[in-house]
Design a protein around this ligand. Structure first.
Ligand code: ZN
Length: 418
């Protein structure tokens, strides 16, 4: 009895063994089927990680470039063989040196969905252009790499905004939900006609049309200002963007004269004065013959860049014993010279030629000065004059042959400002 029981037990154990083996076999087969077929099923839609998106059959990897990342490290970390990384590097060199990839930007890498090999690299060089390096996958291409630099294909929408000045133009624009970068561009377009530190008055109104750039439906940045109006103390200023030729693109008044004049209205760029200044002259000592202060003072922070208001030659750059501290004088022509005083540091040398808007020094408080500010003088035929009231001739008109195209272009823009 005892022997038979043991034998039965053994037979039962061996049945259990067969069942176990069969079950494991089925599990293994099902597992293999899942591994092989599921990725195929979901190949075009699966998102593997936040930074990996599968586009069509190919894989796109968006690499966020961190400080310390080099081109070589990035390629190595993203499974690109050295020989191919070198090919891509050499092909792109004509347009962009990939060694100078900048931290904080992104690099897009595309891989073949079947082989997993890299087939394309994209990099936005600046806000305008992108570098594309791609492998030629056609039969004739023999797998060679080629590179191009091309304009980023933004989707462009046009937007018209307006506002009324209560404290400053900058503040008014911010309150109207306008991108700060668009406000700066708007002010830059008017930099030959309005000094946004000195001129704005409560009740001034502005309106402008500009481009907004989108990528994949996401707002990226403002583009060109297309048309703008600023009504300053009742006086109407308008400008319109027009491309007369490849060399002459920019802003023109309604009569077709370039808004660019011999002098900028202010020796400090709008982006440095935008937040600090309000209407009125609370922060500035203006031209005053009775006190003998024949200059305009711009109270800006220490180190603010100072720009020359016009093209010219540096006729003085150094320490002035007359109380001006570090002083630069620029001679523009036989009539005009401008002086920039109390600088912390001078950026140009005697005899140097300078271009309108070029930085010539930095705001300081040297000489007879009680705090950081720029003392700006304009001298006409040897006499210090008030630059705010100096009327300059209008800019160059467009060529007659472009007149009709100009009228057509701006009629649409005029409507946008209505
Ligand atoms: Zn002064």
């Amino acid at each position: 009895m005892k022997v038979q029981t043991v034998w039965k037990q053994r037979r039962l154990d061996s049945y259990r063994g067969y069942i176990k083996i069969a079950a494991i076999g089925i599990i293994v087969i099902v597992f293999l089927l899942l591994v092989i077929f599921i990725p195929k099923l979901f190949k075009t839609t699966d998102i593997i990680a936040d930074d990996i998106v599968i586009a069509n059959e190919d894989t796109k990897v968006v690499v966020e470039i961190s400080t310390g990342d080099t081109y070589g490290i990035i390629m190595e970390n993203n499974s690109v063989p050295i020989s191919i990384a070198n090919d891509i590097y050499n092909k792109s060199l004509e347009y962009y040196d990939l060694v100078t990839l900048r931290a904080g930007k992104k690099l897009d890498l595309y891989y073949d969905g079947d082989t997993g090999d890299i087939i394309r690299l994209e990099y936005k060089i600046d806000s305008e252009d992108e570098l594309i390096v791609a492998k030629d996958l056609s039969e004739a291409g023999e797998g060679n790499w080629s590179a191009i630099r091309q304009a980023i294909a933004y989707e462009v929408k046009e937007r018209v905004v307006s506002g009324e000045v209560k404290s400053s133009m900058y503040q008014a624009a911010l309150e109207n939900d306008i991108d700060e970068r668009a406000i700066i561009e708007f002010a830059n377009a008017f930099q030959w006609s309005i000094d946004f530190a000195m001129d704005p008055r409560v009740g001034d109104i502005f309106k402008f049309a500009f481009e907004e750039r989108y990528l994949d439906g996401e707002y990226i940045m403002p583009g060109k200002i297309l048309a703008g109006r600023y009504v300053n103390a009742g006086e109407n200023y308008e400008l319109f963007y027009f491309e007369e030729s490849e060399e002459n693109k920019g802003y023109f008044d309604i009569d077709g004269n370039s808004v660019q004049k011999m002098f900028l209205k202010a020796p400090v760029a709008f982006k440095y004065i935008s937040s600090g200044f309000t209407t009125g002259s609370r922060y500035v000592a203006a031209f005053n013959v009775s006190t003998g202060h024949r200059a305009i003072d711009y109270a800006t922070p220490y180190g603010t860049p100072i720009r020359t208001v016009g093209d010219g030659t540096v006729v003085f750059a150094g320490w002035s014993s007359a109380g001006y501290g570090y002083l630069t004088s620029i001679r523009h022509n036989g009539t005009y010279t401008t002086n920039y005083a109390h600088q912390s540091r001078i950026a140009v040398g005697y005899g140097q030629k300078v271009k309108q808007g070029e930085v010539i020094g930095y705001v300081g408080s040297t000489g007879f000065s009680t705090g950081p500010h720029l003392h700006y003088e304009m001298v006409k035929n040897g006499v210090k004059i008030n630059p705010m009231y100096e009327v300059l001739p209008p800019g160059k008109p467009i060529l007659e042959e472009n007149r009709e195209r100009f009228e057509q272009t701006i009629s649409r823009l005029i409507d946008m400002l209505e």
